[in-house]
Design a protein around this ligand. Structure first.
Ligand code: GLP
Length: 260
């Protein structure tokens, strides 16, 4: 696995943006996989800066979100669609009409999940997937115990995740929805490139498992060890439990050229 240890938030954003920009340069109509949460924010800010500076355009791209809460009202500020519009679409030239997400308000969320999985496949698939990590090692909302071959589906949120995400709901854990629709691990694995972002000591164990742990449904991020083009971009604190961290710090990570 390729691990890039960065020294500042700005560097983390820039290294991740390089990986996304390479894909968009090679394929201006690229399909982006986008994640919510605080981890991708330095990347989204840097993409915004590059678009503003005329160095990059996402105008030809489309995007698929990783996951969505079930049952949050259309205009709820924590609905993931609203978060992506705020954090990414508003700061770049990505067309909001081309940003797709699971329908968390569908009458039949199970059918909505199946439809969304099919929609991703029919788009030709995700070219570059941006991904954060839960403190319990989840990717999207694939909580511990999820099948590593899973597809997009309705899932309950783990107690740890509801606790972690309460900060977005004025600290009120009860306000955090109990269910979500999430891309499966198997769905995410079909992206052509995956860029994982993690910052801070609270992610150090998840990063250790992701890079050096045994592949296990208990740490769903470890499935990515089977993916041929994953780059993990972290800060020193998130890298702090890696046995190989000096090695990763010392070597320039040789990322394979992205080909459409
Ligand atoms: C949520 C999202 C994940 C995200 C995780 C980490 O659980 N469903 O996609 O990776 O939060 O969030 P943060 O980056 O804010 O730590």
């Amino acid at each position: 696995m390729r691990v890039v240890v960065t020294q500042s938030e700005q560097e983390l954003g820039a290294r991740a943006a390089d990986l996304v920009a390479e894909v968009v340069r090679a394929r201006p109509q690229a399909v982006l996989g986008v994640a919510t949460g605080s981890s991708p924010l330095p990347l989204y800010r840097e993409l915004g800066r590059r678009v503003e500076a005329g160095e990059l355009s996402l105008a030809g791209c489309s995007a698929f979100m990783l996951d969505e809460y079930v049952g949050l009202a259309e205009n709820h500020p924590q609905r993931y669609r609203q978060v992506i519009l705020r954090d990414l679409v508003q700061v770049t030239d990505l067309d909001p009409g081309r940003v797709h997400g699971p329908d968390g308000l569908a009458g039949d969320p199970h059918q909505a999940a199946l439809d969304y999985d099919r929609q991703i496949r029919e788009s030709g698939g995700v070219d570059v997937q941006v991904c954060g990590l839960g403190t319990d090692g989840h990717i999207a909302f694939n909580e511990p115990g999820s099948s590593l071959a899973s597809r997009t589906r309705v899932m309950p949120l783990a107690a740890q995740t509801r606790k972690d995400n309460a900060r977005f709901f004025d600290g009120d854990e009860d306000a955090v929805p109990r269910q979500c629709i999430t891309q499966g691990v198997g769905t995410i694995m079909e992206a052509r490139r995956v860029v994982v972002l993690a910052q801070g000591e609270q992610k150090a164990e998840a990063v250790r498992q992701l890079v050096e742990g045994a592949v296990s449904a208990m740490w769903t991020c470890t499935a990515l060890q089977w993916h041929p083009d994953v780059v993990v971009v972290v800060d020193e604190a998130a890298a702090s439990r890696l046995t190989l961290r000096d090695h990763f710090r010392a070597v320039e990570q040789d990322v394979p050229e992205w080909r459409p």
